[in-house]
Design a protein around this ligand. Structure first.
Ligand code: MG
Length: 389
């Protein structure tokens, strides 16, 4: 829905013509707990999360428009990111962003990078909120601004929490009944148990289904080689077997399965290196791992140009992250979108209205201006950060 023209402030440029401007007047952050429908989520090395700690950002402007973003690390031990760190970083950046124009997003990203070196996840929710504002100001959904709506809906994968082989195999059937056709098994445990998990899950697949064994860095190289050799007869993707890029590359060079890199690829530099080395067939791009939608789009467009298929998602999140993922995913050329995800369907609470809801294993991106989400203020409560100019 286009906004009222009165919502945009007009000012005179140096050459005298009228230009639209917008200034950030207030930045708020909200802490919200996101419990899981299934109780907990387990992955490699005994790591698990029972309640996700998410941060929602609201950027208010002098135009009367407000933009929303979210960042939710997968616990403090998945990537170099943790929930309290996201809030500490937002508090560090926010005073210097007051007065900036949130619709000049590349410029604002350079400002954030100049103020705080690294810490991409800290900048993700702020950048996401700026895209929401740009969409609202332009009267366009974010997916249009990210390049265009290629598809009305996109196919989702379902992550299968690490359990016994029998339980994980039964989950494939349950999630298939919900419409999912991509199944990401959480492995990265003892090789003999992981081999049993992959074999049991593969036996449940239907025509056209895809199975991904995601070790989340949990294997040493010799473990990875044993698992890969033991499932050589199966149609399965291998994702991020080992901790370092070099270990993964070594495994990749002995592996005939399609290969996905995730944790190792956190920058354009790593993407270019992986491409030059032939290190992956598919790359997993997470919005907050790269530093927001601006940098995720840059990586996405580079992958599209290089012919690298992508899983587009985030580390975790609720409704606002899911909305941002949906806009990134539908604006990606379909043949290059390997899969994407709907984190909000894993959760017991809804933090915003207007977010995508899974239908037959697929989700759509909103047609409303911006991300298309309206926070549920009764769930978010009072802000933990509230800075005004
Ligand atoms: Mg992964």
């Amino acid at each position: 829905m286009p906004i009222e023209p009165a919502a945009l402030l007009m000012s005179r440029s140096s050459s005298g013509e009228q230009v639209q401007t917008m200034k950030i007047t207030r930045i708020c952050a909200y802490q919200v707990d996101l419990p899981l429908v299934e109780g907990r989520y387990n992955w490699s090395g005994g790591k698990f999360v029972a309640v996700f700690d998410s941060t929602v950002v609201a950027i208010h402007t002098d135009s009367g428009l407000t933009g929303y973003g979210e960042v939710c690390p997968l616990g403090p031990f998945y990537l170099p990111a943790y929930a309290a760190g996201a809030r500490a970083g937002i508090l560090e950046l926010a005073p210097d962003l007051l007065g900036e124009d949130p619709t000049q997003i590349s410029k604002l990203n350079r400002r954030m990078d100049a103020l705080l070196l690294g810490h991409p996840y800290v900048k993700s929710a702020l950048d996401m909120a700026c895209w929401d504002l740009l969409g609202k100001a332009a009267g366009q959904p974010v997916c249009v601004l990210l390049g265009g709506r290629y598809q009305d809906s996109v196919g989702l994968y379902r992550a299968i929490s690490q359990e016994t082989p029998e339980v994980m195999a039964s989950r494939v059937g349950e999630y298939r009944a919900e419409g999912y056709r991509r199944f990401q098994l959480k492995v990265g445990d003892e090789p003999h148990r992981d081999i049993a998990r992959i074999r049991a899950a593969a036996a449940e697949l239907g025509p056209g289904d895809r199975l991904i064994a995601d070790a989340n860095t949990g294997w040493l190289m010799h473990d990875a080689m044993r698992v890969i050799q033991a499932v050589s007869d199966l149609d399965v993707y291998i994702e991020q077997p080992c901790r370092s890029y070099e270990e993964c590359l070594s495994v990749r060079r002995h592996c005939r399965h399609p290969f996905v890199l995730d944790e190792s690829v956190d920058s354009l530099e790593m993407l270019l290196r992986g491409h030059a080395d032939g290190a992956m067939d598919v790359v997993n791009l997470k919005i907050s791992k790269l530093g927001g939608l601006t940098k995720a789009r840059q990586a996405r467009d580079l992958c599209a140009s290089l012919g690298i298929a992508m899983t587009l998602e985030d580390s975790w999140g609720g409704d606002i992250v899911t909305a941002a993922i949906s806009h990134l995913a539908v604006s990606t050329p379909p043949e290059l979108l390997f899969t994407t995800t709907d984190f909000n369907s894993y959760l017991t609470v809804s933090t915003a209205e207007g977010a995508p809801r899974r239908v037959e294993g697929r989700m759509s991106a909103s047609t409303a201006a911006g991300l298309g989400v309206t926070p549920n203020w009764d769930v978010l409560g009072s802000p933990v950060i509230d800075l005004r100019s």
